[in-house]
Design a protein around this ligand. Structure first.
Ligand code: HEM
Length: 150
């Protein structure tokens, strides 16, 4: 199997993991959280972080080494739209990730994190906004791969 295939596979696998981790967070997060569910969310967010970095690294590798050539992508509007949406998702995830990391202090003492309803609503809104934005990236990728602008 060529390295090209492995990089493409890792690109797809990692964005599927991003979706899966965010979906799990969206369905698990609630105001009355038990310790098990809080850990689930913290671990899902770590998986999400690793998968997002893998998407980025494999994406860059495809641009430079394994795709249609750097010039093709750098002249393609949908390449920039795709990267911009990916960056937007990254920005949306900053606050939830910092919040979940802050839970670790309580969780290590075997205590449930104290959550206000207002904060849970905001976190859920951000996670749903990330999922919604993520939905469009494969569409932009498909256009980028098929519609030639050069
Ligand atoms: C900055 C981050 C990213 C970069 C630089 C990047 C780059 C690339 C490149 C170069 C290709 C190959 C296109 C071709 O075959 O000519 C590709 C394909 C693809 N990417 Fe990404 N990508 C990134 C993020 C993402 C994300 C976040 C997703 C999904 C949520 C995604 C989904 C896809 C899909 C589905 C394809 C296959 C397109 C097709 O052949 O139909 N990419 N990406």
């Amino acid at each position: 199997m060529s390295i090209d295939v492995i990089v493409a596979y890792l690109h797809y696998l990692s964005f599927m993991l991003c979706f899966a981790a965010l979906t799990l967070e969206a369905f698990t997060l609630k105001p009355e959280l038990n310790i098990k569910d809080a850990w689930k969310i913290v671990i899902a967010d770590a998986v999400y972080g690793i998968a997002a970095v893998t998407v980025l690294i494999t994406g860059i590798l495809r641009v430079i080494y394994f795709g249609k050539g750097t010039t093709y992508y750098l002249h393609h509007p949908f390449f920039y739209i795709k990267v911009a949406v990916f960056l937007l998702v990254g920005l949306l995830s900053i606050y939830p990730t910092i919040s979940f990391l802050n839970w670790l202090k309580d969780l290590q003492k075997n205590q449930t994190p104290q959550l206000e309803l207002k904060k849970v609503k905001l976190l859920l809104w951000l996670i749903r906004a990330e999922l919604f934005s993520f939905l469009f990236i494969p569409l932009f990728a498909a256009i980028m791969a098929r519609v030639n602008y050069s």
